[in-house]
Design a binder for this molecule. Sequence first.
Ligand code: PGA
Length: 250
Amino acid sequence: MRKGLIVANWKMHGQRASNAALIHALNAGLTKQSDVDILVCPPSIYLEQIKALLAGSNILLGAQNTHSEETGAYTGEISAGMLKDMGCTHVILGHSERRELFQESDEFIAGKFTAAQTRGLIPILCVGETLAQREADETANIVLGQLEVVLKHAGVVAFGNAVIAYEPVWAIGTGLTASPEQAQQVHALIRNKIAEQDAGVAGDIRILYGGSVKADNAVELFAQQDIDGGLVGGASLIVEEFLRICSSYT
Ligand code: PGA
């Protein structure tokens, strides 16, 4: 039985005061659930603040990105070792906003994946198709192609200690959500792709859905056989919504 995972991706939102209010409310409002882990990924500059606010809490701390190199002349970048040093357990990689807005290639993301694992972080690898790609019937090719590059680079065994997030680009921040059936179909494709190389890893890996997850659609999404939780953007900033999403996982 896979344990669920619900990730709050705050993106570039927050300030010290609102961060503190949000974490206090989550600490107070989250009921202890043995079947699901909760992970908060704030902007990196606030990791130390959030780490302190999470003292004594079961909520895990993660980052939204890292670099593939461990140290060096990379102005503005943050390495996996630094994130580990700040108390992170996970790091989101290959988010579509990074792929699109910062031109991150599959190969660069694969390098980050290995760098994260080398430093003891669990990568959350995001994959997903655009609307044009879905309409051109390219979903499977795109999603499995993105996965394939990292599989080739890191090897299937590395996925024994990783998370995959399927995030259709057309559903991110748009209010459009993949239907539970659409999402399940792609999640099954991803799991089967991994199973071709290692059935044990495929059975154990957590595959999250992301893209306008809300309290109102979380129950149905999480009920799907191959959906093991969610990567939540906008709704993770609204306490009541996020608490309801977390309690939707059963
Ligand atoms: P959204 O974002 O929930 O606001 O659609 C999800 C994500 O980008 O991870």
